[in-house]
Design a protein around this ligand. Structure first.
Ligand code: NAD
Ligand code: UDP
Length: 320
């Protein structure tokens, strides 16, 4: 009998790739999403599949799934800074109330649950690269606090359910991940720069561009999450690509990749924008036997190809 898995945030970027992965591995997949930042287009290719069902539902409300459930992947949450600044209360609610509902469901069904945490729980990190035992440097009342603190609460309540109820839990700390199906207007740096290049606009670097990020291609991220779910490891694990680059150098890479004749322009750095970020992935290597395989040049080519395939309407469409 095939395993049954609930994936929240199924119509989003990572959620839709997870649906594909688990369908390909022979699971019965229940996708759930309220479409606040997601798009049904990301999963429409699965609608004819007998192993896939989709429910439009806000997981901050009670979640009911009839029948057995073996696994839950909780990926519902706004994930880009402009999204969570625009919908701060929903962001806090899905990380707290939504996670509570899904932990309750996991307990009722005796299912294993994996929650999507983030490198943002490290805030603007004072330890570099970030190891899982670093407690972080988060401004609780700053604009990004709604996301960071929701995710920190999410980790705490997940460990409490594990310790108090003996629930099977897993926590992935995801570092900046990119690839096809990112939303062009989600404000994250890769869709922002590629969208600007495709529309013939200048590339907007925030601050002086010396801040760094480390970008992981989606296929690698999905493989890491898959391995973590099936592992015995309960404590949080970083999944990301440690290859770090400054945002200014990255803008130059995108100018070369796209062949755009536009230039870089500088805009103010958003408040609490972390100055550096790089995952320490020794745990993932040792415990999951996982490491990223796709280098940035190859991943970016695939991502650019995806954005180039969008229609002119999609390319100029304003956000949700
Ligand atoms: P996304 O915005 O593409 O997907 C999130 C999905 O969750 C959307 O489809 C949205 O409609 C849905 N959603 C939001 N609130 C909901 C609610 N209350 N009920 C039901 N559905 C809801 O973002 P993503 O990049 O795919 O991120 C997915 C998860 O991974 C998030 O939890 C995010 O915090 C985490 N994460 C992502 C990254 C990354 O680089 N992509 C990094 C760190 C963490
Ligand atoms: N960034 C930028 N120009 C943009 C969008 C983002 O310079 O048009 C910067 C942003 O300030 C941050 C980095 O790129 O330093 C990554 O931003 P993103 O929103 O992708 O992710 P996060 O800050 O959550 O890591």
């Amino acid at each position: 009998m095939s395993k049954r898995i609930l994936i929240t945030g199924a119509a989003g970027f990572l959620g839709s790739h997870l649906c594909d992965k688990f369908i390909a591995e022979g699971y019965e997949v229940i996708g759930m999403d309220n479409l606040i930042t997601g798009d049904l287009k990301n999963i429409e290719h699965l609608f004819g599949d007998e192993n896939f069902v989709f429910h439009t539902h806000d997981v901050t409300n009670f979640v009911h799934i009839p029948g057995k459930l073996d696994y839950i992947l909780h990926f519902a949450s706004p994930a880009s800074p402009i999204d969570y600044l625009k919908i701060p209360i929903q962001t806090l609610k899905v990380g707290s109330l939504g996670t509570h509902n899904l932990l309750g469901l996991a307990k009722e069904k005796n299912a294993r649950i994996l929650i999507a945490s983030t490198s943002e729980i490290y805030g603007d990190p004072l330890v570099h690269p970030q190891t899982e035992d670093y407690y972080g440097n988060v401004n609780t009342i700053g604009p990004r606090g709604v996301y960071d603190e929701a995710k920190r609460f999410q980790e705490s309540i997940t460990m409490a359910y594990h310790r108090f109820h003996g629930l099977e839990t897993r926590i992935v700390r995801i570092f900046n991940t990119y690839g096809p199906r990112m939303r062009l207007n989600d404000g994250r740096v890769i869709p922002a720069f590629i969208g600007q290049a495709l529309r013939g606009e200048d590339l907007t670097v925030f601050g002086n561009g010396s801040q760094t990020r480390s970008f992981c291609f989606v296929d690698d991220q999905i493989e890491g999450i898959y391995k973590l779910l099936l592992s015995d490891y309960v404590e949080p694990i970083n999944i990301g690509n440690p290859y770090e680059i400054s945002i200014k150098d990255f803008a130059e890479e995108i100018i070369k990749l796209t062949g755009t004749h536009q230039k870089i322009i500088y805009k103010p750095l958003p408040q609490d924008d972390p100055m550096q970020r790089q995952p320490d992935i020794r745990k993932a290597k040792q415990i999951l036997n996982w490491e990223p395989k796709v280098n940035r040049a190859d991943g970016m080519k695939k991502t650019y190809k995806y954005f180039k395939s969008l229609t002119p309407e999609e390319l100029t469409k304003k956000d949700h």
